[in-house]
Design a protein around this ligand. Structure first.
Ligand code: GLN
Length: 448
């Protein structure tokens, strides 16, 4: 009830699209009764969780914040949701986001923008803006988002909380509405590392419904005494000295590196050399995958269909899609279709795949030499509402530090670091090699 009261008072933030009030209360009552009877309860008993509106929960609406899925109800639950429920978590509602998880500000939602709770004139980041604000404003304990190119880490950074993107394949994508399938991963927002670790423990692991979910055993994720170990760390020089990085933040990272050194870690500058290529490669590859994934929304199978008039079939598809998709989604479908078209495939799609290979190889080499790599999460603090909407390229370029982990499929976390003199928080990002979340979480704890 505490969260329900707070949600009711925070309607203006627009974080929740729907609150499952009756159901959540009923779950809480049942759980209380079980505890009173001395019955065993799950690992997440009573933990209140909000989920991004791209994650299916059987019998509940899911729309990817798009008109094209208005009033669509999930026929099954995502594996992650099933596992949360089995662990007795309480799912309290679904959370606003950018349409189909495309965006960095949550301004591309068909249901309006989400406001940053620390400063209502600023964006919370995106695409999982609602998920970030729900945790930031204490409207749930933890939340799930999805991270294709930063959509968990970037809003966590803008909102001053923790955001984890696990290794590609660590959490099943079954029941996650696809944006770019070789990049997408469910991620977790929390106020501290222990909460994030507890949720990861429950939802990670193999799944027969997702062949890209890894068969690797799930180790114990906990923040233990090893968080005080001395780690071998590196920071990316090209990230720290990038011209786009806010100078005050740069100084903040430098002092953080000094503190890490003083605490007994080694921290070495490392060259990455491909940083300026990651955003173009990311947008070529993700729009290509998106154009294919989103072709299933044709007005027939799901969601919005335009009234049948005297349109022929192709006309019907076109009209349903034109009415259902928003501007940014259309832009990306067009871009993706273009880079995959016969005449341009080699020049763009193949080229971007080659860049992805280079980036993966280089990062793998670096990660074999260090326990973790550190860099900023975003080059600036939270944008003002509207600030970046007229300039999509500028908006895309702000993803420079986050898309790398998705191109390479490695785990990455953003933890809050300092407050900028403009009053807004900013975080630091930690990256480790694949399936090394246990170390990632412990290193992150050192920075909290
Ligand atoms: N800002 C990035 C984009 O718009 C990231 C999106 C995401 O991770 N879902 O594609």
């Amino acid at each position: 009830t505490r969260f329900l009261t707070r949600i009711a008072k925070s309607r203006h933030l627009n974080a929740y699209l729907e609150v499952f009030e009756e159901e959540a209360l009923e779950k809480a009552r049942l759980l209380d009764a079980r505890i009173k009877n001395g019955e065993p309860v799950g690992a997440l008993a009573g933990v209140v969780i909000g989920i991004k509106d791209v994650i299916c929960y059987k019998g509940h609406k899911v729309s990817a914040a798009s008109r094209i899925l208005e009033n669509f109800t999930s026929l099954y639950s995502a594996t992650a949701v099933e596992r949360l429920l089995e662990a007795d978590a309480i799912i309290i509602g679904n959370l606003n986001c950018d349409e189909f998880a495309m965006g960095s500000t949550n301004e591309n939602s068909a249901y309006g923008p989400v406001l940053n709770a620390l400063d209502n004139t600023r964006v919370p980041g995106g695409s999982s803006g609602g998920s970030a604000v729900a945790v930031q404003a204490d409207l749930c304990h933890v939340s799930l988002g999805s991270d294709t190119g930063g959509s968990v880490r970037q809003p966590a950074d803008f909102c001053g909380i923790v955001g984890l993107k696990p290794t590609y394949g660590r959490i099943s994508r079954h029941g996650l509405i696809a944006y770019a399938s070789s990049f997408d991963q469910i991620g977790i927002f929390g106020r501290n590392i222990a909460d994030v670790a507890a949720v990861l423990q429950v939802i990670a692991g193999p799944d027969e419904y997702d062949s890209t979910a890894s068969q690797k055993e799930v180790p114990l994720y906990h923040v233990g005494p090893e968080h005080n170990k001395s780690y071998k760390l590196a920071y990316l020089k090209d990230a720290l000295y990038h011209e786009g990085l806010d100078p005050e933040m740069k100084a903040g990272y430098e002092s953080c590196f000094e503190e890490l050194k003083a605490a007994g870690n080694t921290i070495t500058p490392a060259d990455f050399a491909y940083l300026d290529y990651v955003v173009p490669a990311y947008y070529v590859l993700t729009t290509a995958e998106a154009s294919s994934n989103l072709s299933r929304f044709d007005g027939v199978k799901y969601g919005h269909s335009t009234p049948l008039t005297n349109l022929d079939l192709v006309g019907f598809y076109k009209k349903s899609r034109s009415e259902g998709f928003g501007k940014e989604v259309k832009r990306r479908i067009l871009l993706g279709t273009f880079v995959l078209s016969a005449g341009y495939y080699d020049a763009y799609y193949t080229k971007a795949q080659q860049v992805r290979r280079l980036v993966v190889d280089k990062l793998t080499t670096l990660l074999s030499q260090y326990d973790a790599i550190l860099m900023p999460t975003v080059p600036s603090t939270a944008f003002k509402i509207g600030e970046k909407m007229e300039d999509p390229i500028a908006m895309y370029l702000a993803d420079i530090y986050t898309v790398l982990a998705n191109l390479a499929g490695v785990p990455a976390i953003s933890v809050p670091l300092h407050r900028h003199s403009n009053g807004m928080p900013y975080g630091i990002q930690i990256i480790t090699k694949k399936f090394d979340e246990a170390n990632l979480l412990n290193i992150a704890q050192q920075l909290m």
